[in-house]
Design a protein around this ligand. Sequence first.
Ligand SMILES: NC(=O)c1ccc[n+]([C@@H]2O[C@H](COP(=O)([O-])OP(=O)(O)OC[C@H]3O[C@@H](n4cnc5c(N)ncnc54)[C@H](OP(=O)(O)O)[C@@H]3O)[C@@H](O)[C@H]2O)c1
Length: 325
Amino acid sequence: MTDIHYAIAAARPGGPDVLQQTELSLPPPAAGEVQIRHRAIGVNFIDCYFRSGLYPWPDPQRLVPGAEAAGEIIAVGPGVTALREGDRVAYTLPNNAYASARNIAAAHVVILPDGLSFETAASVMLKGLTTRYLLKDSYRLQAGEQVLFHAAAGGVGLLAGQWMRVIGVEPVGTAGGPAKCDLALSNGFATMIDYREQDFLEAARALVPEGFHAVYDSVGKDTLLKSLKCLRLHGSLVNFGQSSGAVSDFRIADLAAGSFHLTRPVLFHFTSNRRWLEKASEELFGLILDGRIRVQTQTAPLTSAAQVHADLEGRKTTGSTVLIP
Ligand SMILES: NC(=O)c1ccc[n+]([C@@H]2O[C@H](COP(=O)([O-])OP(=O)(O)OC[C@H]3O[C@@H](n4cnc5c(N)ncnc54)[C@H](OP(=O)(O)O)[C@@H]3O)[C@@H](O)[C@H]2O)c1
């Protein structure tokens, strides 16, 4: 039997208005797959990178964006033994999540603990696991280190501020505008720089003249070269995004100014390791359930995905946004 569901899809790359509601006919799950009825779907900048065409489409004719979601299993394909119909689950994987239901390989799926809502799970599978690898794998933060984190009031930023406090770091953040700075201060950041009002390099140097052990930069084009200048000797720059556009003017020789380390990590290279996925999810869910990380989530109907993209790209959102089918 083939069930009828709906998705939000684009037929060509472009602005948010290319996202349109469309019918989706879903075959039964194949071997090794499960079918999930989505209850909440996270919105992420990577969805905008695919929608706009910055990232190439897996199928040039059609894109269903969306890289994290939570829901319940409604069918199990042959050979799947670890998951059952009715299980509450979540996953993160690029594309195809903006849909009322989907098939997905069971290897990407984790079971949700009791007490973790679908909305919260869909807010943190991508952003929270990203935070985990940023702070513990890409660069291993130590208690007491000096850290600068850009876009501190964003989806990843608010989780990172709180997680850095758990590690024993008192991070400095940047954000655009006083309201975002206040929000970041109540989510773990010790000091904020409003980088719309002041030059963040000048402000960061005044705060930490010896330079930072690590700078986390997801803004890219507008910030990256100055971020390098905020580091102490042997400091690490973790560039994990490009919300302001792709970096084009960086030269390897720029690292010679302080024997700096630079990495450009991608979440899915961590989550493809099943053991890492299980361990990191368990750690993330534990921190949320015991109240050490609070998750700030806005919800919107799945049918309003285009408006949510416009808001995210227009720097209007804070924290996580999830779409409800
Ligand atoms: N590599 C990975 O594995 C990975 C995984 C997850 C996320 N990411 C990246 O992490 C970043 C944060 O993702 P998110 O979904 O949580 O988004 P977000 O931080 O909630 O939103 C992006 C923020 O970037 C800031 N920004 C600065 N310049 C901007 C510009 N010109 N246009 C738009 N925004 C600008 C804005 O905050 P202000 O107004 O405060 O400047 C905006 O709110 C994104 O770059 C994303 O691609 C990477």
